[in-house]
Ligand binder design. Structure first.
Ligand code: IPE
Ligand code: IPE
Ligand code: MG
Length: 247
């Protein structure tokens, strides 16, 4: 039986986040430039978006470019930005057919003008869709997001829009880029690295972590289903005891 058929239908995570890693190593393995790995990663994105939509995931957040990735060689950064614009152009029709919406988290204003333009156009084109919400993390890092949120909270306290006493978990949630989204129940990282690399630190407080050695350009929806299968067989205790969960 395929893994997809073994999935428990009413236990599909509402929100899955993925750290798409290993493009460079994949290219190296194939004797090619790093950019070749990024290009091939697009097919993986296509496949997981399709798979997530098929099984009824509501939010799929993909870490595509981190704040720290700006420090890579200019040639690679430029290639990644170019690939982003090209992929949005090529994929929007398909995303429309799949009833997918698009959202972006991260410091969007730091992206090149043409990237921002294409993103806004794509978000607007897909805005009335009702299926999966694809969330791209671009120029994103959790410490950037939290710093930005703290600054805006402080401003709103200063301008007496809120009181210090109003600051609680829900208020902080509402100042994050992910406001309105459920926290990810499952976080996947490919390429065998066992770290978080500044991704969604606040939101993954109780996420299940799944690390796989598969390099991102080799990752397909079947690998996503395998991760979800694994997730469905874990006991999420949220600080309680196993006995408490049974009763
Ligand atoms: C992930 O693959 C893509 C981005 C971070 C943009 P990498 O480019 O990090 O690939 P490795 O980790 O060097 O193999
Ligand atoms: C994390 O991958 C960022 C993205 C996948 C966009 P990196 O390859 O940049 O992470 P580190 O440097 O290995 O921690
Ligand atoms: Mg990497």
């Amino acid at each position: 039986m395929s893994v997809e058929k073994k999935l428990i239908k009413d236990k599909i995570p509402k929100h899955i986040a993925i750290i798409m890693d290993g493009n460079g190593r994949w290219a190296e393995k194939n004797g090619k430039e790093r950019t070749f790995g990024h290009e091939n990663g697009v097919e993986s994105v296509r496949s997981v978006v399709e798979g997530a939509g098929e099984i009824g995931v509501q939010y799929l957040t993909l870490y595509a470019f981190s704040t720290e990735n700006w420090g890579r060689p200019k040639l690679e950064v430029d290639a990644l930005m170019g690939l982003l614009v090209q992929s949005i152009s090529n994929e929007t029709v398909e995303l429309m057919k799949k009833n997918v919406r698009l959202q972006v988290i991260g410091d969007v204003k730091s992206l090149p003008e043409n990237v921002q333009c294409k993103l806004n156009w794509c978000i607007d084109t897909l805005k009335n869709n009702t299926g999966l919400t694809l969330v791209l993390a671009l120029s994103y890092s959790s410490r950037w997001e939290l710093t930005d949120a703290v600054r805006r909270i402080a401003e709103d306290v200063q301008q007496e829009k809120i009181k210090t006493d109003d600051i609680d978990k829900d208020l902080i949630d509402s100042y994050l880029n992910t406001a309105g989204m459920p926290d990810p129940e499952l976080l996947i990282r490919t390429s065998g690295e066992n770290r978080i690399s500044n991704f969604l630190l606040w939101q993954i407080a109780y996420s299940e972590l799944y690390f796989t050695p598969v390099l991102w350009p080799d990752f397909r929806k079947e690998d996503l289903f395998k991760a979800i299968y694994d997730f469905q067989h874990r006991e999420r205790r949220f600080g309680k005891t196993s006995e408490q969960l049974m009763s």
